[in-house]
Design a protein around this ligand. Structure first.
Ligand SMILES: [Zn+2]
Ligand SMILES: [Zn+2]
Length: 86
């Protein structure tokens, strides 16, 4: 399979805007990622991600204020358990 290379020397996915430095990464992308329904969802804004690492950096970038305490307030059961353990 031949792929187009953009001016930056990156291999371009034929079906989406993704580009990859290594051909193998593009092949993997097309096989496992491109057109695949994202599995990881942000519970704060419902944005979906294909990789857990993308979701993680999304939290850091967009929800910097988000902390463990807000998770506990959203899930009272978790807080109750924690209090019980302390
Ligand atoms: Zn793609
Ligand atoms: Zn979010």
């Amino acid at each position: 399979m031949r792929f187009e290379v953009n001016p930056n020397g990156r291999y371009m996915c034929p079906t989406c805007p993704s580009t990859y430095k290594q051909k193998g990464h593009l092949v993997r992308h097309i096989k496992y990622e491109c057109g695949v329904e994202p599995r990881f969802q942000c519970h704060l804004c419902s944005k979906k991600f294909k990789h857990r690492s993308n979701l993680k950096s999304h939290y850091v970038m967009l929800h910097r204020d988000w902390s463990v305490s807000s998770l506990f307030s959203a899930a009272p059961d978790a807080k109750a358990k924690l209090d019980w353990r302390l």
